[in-house]
Design a protein around this ligand. Sequence first.
Ligand code: DX5
Ligand code: ZN
Length: 231
Amino acid sequence: MAKDNLIAPSILSADFARLGEEVDNVLASGADIVHFDVMDNHYVPNLTIGPLVCEALRKHGVTADIDVHLMVKPVDRIVPDFAAAGASYITFHPEASEHVDRTLQLIRGEGCKSGLVFNPATPLDVLEYVMDKVDMILLMSVNPGFGGQSFIESALTKLRQARKMIDDSGLDIRLEIDGGVKVNNIREIAEAGADTFVAGSAIFGAAESSDANDYNTVIGAMRDELAKAGS
Ligand code: DX5
Ligand code: ZN
């Protein structure tokens, strides 16, 4: 059984010059957690934000979970820094770590929830021996590196496969989807098994202005679609 649905705006599409206010506004508009994309211009061809910005959001007063999606290689060096900066979840791509089991243990050892991220072409095989060490499975429905790309349909098949693996395991694991999530496809994504929905451009781009009222409309529309899922 899937868990309660969580909407996770990706701050990659936020106005970085007003980041604290943007995060406050999406949370006040009904978002559940903050998706924090970390890119290193090495594992992915883009460069974003690091632990200092995570810490700044905490100091600003953000108390919601911060879901740190690491698109960096190597992974281990930066994990303790994000834990100290207030990360709640830390997820990473298995291709980016030489020792996946060790990295998962490191994340939990630092007091965070751990997760693995699967690119569109990456099979789920690596989960076989580490299911008990993950709190989140994140499936990419775009190739990582940029916001605003189109949803890759094969992610729906992979979601069903991951949902079955989680249910068969009986473990308490979230199933997150990232990339191209919009009001018009979130229902079918939920029906395929996701319970945590990252949306960057759909939330921060849909609003005419970046105030809380506008985010309320798009997040509310996503919730309405989620409420229809399975019916
Ligand atoms: C892409 C990032 C995503 C991105 C999603 O590498 O991991 O979180 O912000 O953006 P949208 O929702 O616009 O596809
Ligand atoms: Zn992401």
